[in-house]
Design a protein. Sequence first.
Length: 116
Amino acid sequence: QVRLVESGGGLVQPGGSLRLSCAASVSIFSISHMGWYRQAPGKERELVAVVTSGGSTNYADSVKGRFTISGDNAKSTMYLQMNSLKPEDTAVYYCNAHKDSWWDYWGQGTQVTVSS
């Protein structure tokens, strides 16, 4: 069983920054895809950013240029640096680790609230 634990969420003013962390109970070196998703009230869960084991990254258009996904293999931790936050970024942010349909794990989520 793989455990993913997110941290770093909180309340921040518009224009501010937060860094989310996702600590994995296994090495992240060989995980084919690790990503951040978010779900706002009344909306479906959506992809925010993903990084592959080869180092490729992909971002939702709404966060390009503001968010950066990265990983630290030595710490088995993935990060999401979020800058220039907007009220519409308010959501519960989830960490995901995926290899195939039989190996797919989620964290419990961390709340991010952007408000003045």
